[in-house]
Design a protein around this ligand. Structure first.
Ligand SMILES: Cc1cc2nc3c(=O)[nH]c(=O)nc-3n(C[C@H](O)[C@H](O)[C@H](O)COP(=O)(O)OP(=O)(O)OC[C@H]3O[C@@H](n4cnc5c(N)ncnc54)[C@H](O)[C@@H]3O)c2cc1C
Length: 416
C-alpha cells in the first residue's frame, strides 16, 4: 500500500520533516502533502537569528533562575517580560517552568538536549550535503560576551557543560583578545567565550524555501489550508480544513506555537506557550560583523543576515493574540548601537516571532496518545532551526515505525 502523509505547518520543522519523508516514501510511490494556512516560512521560521546553536545545551529553566527573574521583570523592556494582563493565564506554565529548574530535572533536560543536539549537528550536515546547501551557510563561530569578571565567573557552569560534552571553545580574558575575533566592540566587554564550530545560515527564510523547492522537486505537494480538526476514528485519518477535507495514513503536527490547538482535539493538553522575540534587520554595509555575537547579560544577539546585521532576541511571555510591542526591538537596537559604536542603525526592518516553548525547553517529539498514526513535532523554543533536521529524521523514524536514533522518552508528549 502506498502511504500518504500530511504535515501540518510549513515552518522549518514541518518543511524539513516533509522533505525527509518525501525522500523516503517516493521510491515506493508514497506522497507527502504539506498544509499551511499562510504559505512557506511565513511565521517564526522566517525572521529568526539564523543560528545553528548546537553548542547551547542549557535550558531556560536553570537552577536559581527564579531568584534572578524578578529583577529582569522589573524592566518592561528588559530581556524577560510578562504583560501584567497575561500573568494569571501564564501561571500554570510558570509553575512547570520553576519545577523544570530543580537540579535533578535540570540535569535530565541537559542530557536529553545534548543527545538531540549531537544528532542535530550530524543530521544538519547530512541535509546540507543532500540539498547542496553549503552556499547558504556561514561557518564563522560565535562569541558570547561578558562585561565583568563576576559575570564571566557565573557563566562557567555553562562552559563546563560544553567541556563535558566535548564541545570546542576558547575563553578570552581581555578586550584585545576579543578584538582579534571581532573588532569594533565597546571595551565594556572584558571577557568572552568563542565556539568555532557554531554556524549560521545567511537567511533562515531562504533556507526553508530552499528545502521546500527540493521537497517539491522530489514530488511533494503544498496546499494552502487551515486545519481546524482531526478525525482519527476511521481507517484513514481525516483533516477538516477551511476548504476541502484531506485524508492521510499519517499526520505530522508541526504547527509551531499553534500546535496545542490541534493536539487538544486529540485529547493531549500540552503546556505550550509562546516566548515572543523581536529583532531589527539592517542592510548590508551597516557593520563589519565577522561572527555571531551574544550579549549575555542583555539577552540578545547580532548575526549576519543577507550581508546585513540582524539585532534581536529577548523573551516576552505574551501569548498569541496581543499586538507586537516594537519598542522592544527599538530598545535592543539602541543597546546594540552602544555596544558596537560603528553600527549604522538606519533603514532597519522590525519583526516579531512566536517561539513555541514548553516549560522544560525540550520539544515534543512523539506519538499522539489516542492514535499513534499522528506524530507531534513542535515546541523547539529558541532552537527550532538548530534542531529541525534532527527532528525530521526522528519524525520519519516514528512514521515508518523504526527505532529512533536517540531515546525519545524525555521528549514524550505525556511527560507533563
Ligand atoms: C527572535 C527569534 C530568534 C530566533 N533565533 C533562532 C536561532 O538563531 N536559531 C534557532 O535554532 N532558532 C531560533 N529561533 C527559534 C525558531 O525560529 C523557532 O523555534 C522555529 O522557527 C519554529 O519553527 P516551527 O516550524 O516549529 O514553527 P513556525 O515557523 O512558526 O511554523 C509553524 C507553521 O504552522 C502553520 N500553522 C499553524 N497552525 C496551523 C493550522 N491550524 N493549519 C495550518 N497551518 C497552521 C503556521 O502558519 C506556520 O507556518 C528564534 C526565534 C525568535 C522569535
Amino acid at each position: 500500500m502506498t502511504k500518504t502523509v500530511v504535515v501540518i505547518g510549513a515552518g522549518v520543522v514541518g518543511v524539513s520533516a516533509a522533505l525527509r519523508l518525501q525522500s523516503e516514501l517516493a521510491p515506493t510511490g508514497g506522497q507527502v502533502i504539506l498544509l499551511d494556512r499562510k504559505g512557506v516560512a511565513e511565521e517564526t521560521s522566517a525572521g529568526n537569528a539564523g543560528a545553528f546553536a548546537f553548542t547551547d545545551l542549557e535550558p531556560l529553566a536553570t537552577p536559581g533562575i527564579m531568584k534572578k527573574a524578578p529583577a529582569w521583570l522589573l524592566d518592561p523592556l528588559g530581556p524577560l517580560s510578562v504583560p501584567p494582563a497575561y500573568a494569571l493565564q501564564l501561571t500554570p506554565w510558570l509553575i512547570r517552568f520553576w519545577r523544570a529548574s530543580w537540579r535533578d530535572r535540570y540535569q535530565k533536560v541537559v542530557s536529553a538536549q545534548a543527545s538531540l543536539m549531537q544528532l542535530a549537528q550530524a543530521a544538519t550536515e547530512r541535509l546540507i550535503t543532500d540539498t547542496k546547501g553549503e552556499a547558504m551557510m556561514q561557518r564563522d563561530g560565535a562569541l558570547q560576551l561578558y562585561e565583568s569578571e563576576g559575570e564571566f565567573a557565573a557563566s562557567q557552569r555553562g562552559w563546563q557543560l560544553r567541556r563535558d560534552h566535548g564541545i570546542r571553545f576558547t575563553l578570552l580574558h581581555s578586550p584585545a583578545e576579543i578584538a582579534e575575533i571581532q573588532p569594533g566592540l565597546s571595551p565594556r566587554f572584558t571577557h568572552a567565550g568563542f565556539t568555532p564550530d557554531w554556524m549560521n545560515t545567511c537567511d533562515p527564510k531562504a533556507w526553508v524555501e530552499h528545502l521546500f523547492q527540493i521537497f517539491m522537486a522530489r514530488g511533494g505537494q503544498l496546499r494552502r489550508a487551515e486545519v481546524r480538526d482531526l478525525e482519527t476514528g476511521g481507517e484513514d485519518l481525516c483533516l477538516l480544513t477551511d476548504g476541502e477535507s484531506v485524508r492521510a495514513n499519517n499526520v505530522v503536527v508541526a504547527a509551531g506555537a499553534w500546535s496545542h490547538h490541534l493536539t487538544r482535539r486529540l485529547g493531549d493538553r500540552l503546556p505550550l506557550e509562546t516566548e515572543r522575540g523581536y529583532n531589527t534587520t539592517l542592510p548590508a554595509g551597516c557593520f563589519d560583523l565577522r561572527t555571531h555575537i551574544t550579549f549575555c547579560r542583555h539577552g540578545f544577539v547580532v548575526s549576519r543576515i543577507r550581508g546585513g546585521v540582524r539585532v534581536g532576541g529577548a523573551v516576552e511571555l505574551g501569548g498569541l493574540k496581543r499586538p507586537a510591542n516594537f519598542k522592544r526591538a527599538d530598545t535592543l537596537l539602541a543597546k546594540a548601537a552602544r555596544f558596537m559604536p560603528e553600527l549604522d542603525t538606519a533603514d532597519g526592518t522590525r519583526w516579531m516571532g512566536f517561539r513555541p516553548s514548553l516549560p522544560d525547553s525540550l520539544p515534543v517529539i512523539g506519538n499522539a496518545k489516542s492514535d499513534a498514526r499522528v506524530v507531534y513535532a513542535f515546541g523547539h523554543g529558541h532552537v527550532g532551526l538548530t534542531q529541525s533536521a534532527a527532528t525530521a529524521e526522528l519524525v520519519a523514524d516514528l512514521v515508518l515505525r523504526r527505532d529512533p536514533a536517540i531515546d525519545l522518552s524525555p521528549f514524550a508528549p505525556d511527560r507533563f
